[in-house]
Design a protein around this ligand. Structure first.
Ligand SMILES: [Zn+2]
Length: 277
């Protein structure tokens, strides 16, 4: 069973939980370098979903990721969740992203999208048509568990599916777009997210291994990780208690956990897992 690995390549200040605070400390290159070195050690290829602002500022980072054999995907231009945009503003964001990428890559070969903050849901279904218009082949944004007030789609499929452009919860065999949701662990009637981000930092590695192995009995999962989550120098802002916990808990051990999971499970680029290359 081969699982998909998504690296959401953004600055530490792009997180919505920081409430728009953006002290000018730039660390994405150092933080991503750690992840690139880890992937080389484990001989794993991944999909790097890059924020356009980051690519514009650090074109060499994008080139380095490609040289090492990884896939480049889109994580928006400015990292605004799509529920803060409308269709026209989203098209503008995508135009800016692709202009930057064309300057860096000469040839535009991007086929995968991950919305900031899992923000493709019933409020933003219009975004799927925009992705098709820009030539995207897959999306990896749907979070099929409703726990968080800001994101989550109750009732969406729990495995990759051809996503209806009219309803993110529905399959449509004729759809040009494949959706790879963030698959949760199913335990009795519970759906427990564990494949990445805060959930990876929160749970002990023994539980992650057990839960992910259970998912792998039937299907692949998509694991996601932000470079700032494994970087010891990520600035710690004075946030409300819960946001502080979600943002910073487990940063010191996250990279080690990721390395363990990479050595235990098989991983590859999302486009590879979906049979798109
Ligand atoms: Zn993000």
């Amino acid at each position: 069973m081969i699982n998909a690995l998504a690296i959401d390549t953004e600055e530490w200040f792009h997180s919505e939980l920081l409430g728009g605070q953006r002290p000018p400390i730039f660390q994405v290159c150092e933080a991503t370098q750690q992840v690139l070195d880890l992937l080389d050690r484990q001989q794993v290829k991944a999909s790097f979903f890059i924020v356009g602002e980051v690519a514009e500022r650090y074109p060499d980072l994008v080139r380095k990721i490609i040289e090492r054999g990884h896939e480049i995907g889109c994580h928006g231009f400015s990292h605004h969740p799509l529920w803060k945009l409308d269709e026209d503003l989203f098209r503008e964001e995508m135009k800016r992203f692709h202009k930057v990428m064309k300057d860096i890559l000469a040839r535009d070969r991007i086929k995968g999208f991950r919305a900031p903050c899992f923000s493709i849901d019933h409020r933003t279904t219009w975004a799927l048509k925009v992705l098709v218009d820009f030539g995207y082949r897959y999306d990896a944004s749907v979070f099929p568990v409703k726990l968080n007030p800001h994101y989550g789609v109750r009732g969406a499929p729990l495995r990759p599916y051809r996503i209806s452009l009219k309803d993110v919860r529905k399959e449509d065999p004729a759809s040009p777009l494949i959706e790879f949701p963030t698959v949760p662990l199913r335990l009795w009637k519970l759906k427990i997210p564990l494949a990445g981000g805060f959930y990876l930092r929160l749970f002990p590695v023994s539980f992650l291994e057990w839960g992910l192995r259970r998912i792998n009995r039937d299907q692949p999962f998509l694991l996601y990780f932000h470079p700032w989550e494994g970087f010891s120098e990520t600035p710690r802002l004075n946030l409300p208690r819960i946001n502080r916990f979600i943002s910073y808990y487990g940063i010191g051990t996250a990279l080690k956990k990721l390395e363990y999971l990479l050595s235990y499970f098989n991983f590859s680029r999302v486009d590879h897992v979906l049979g798109l290359i």
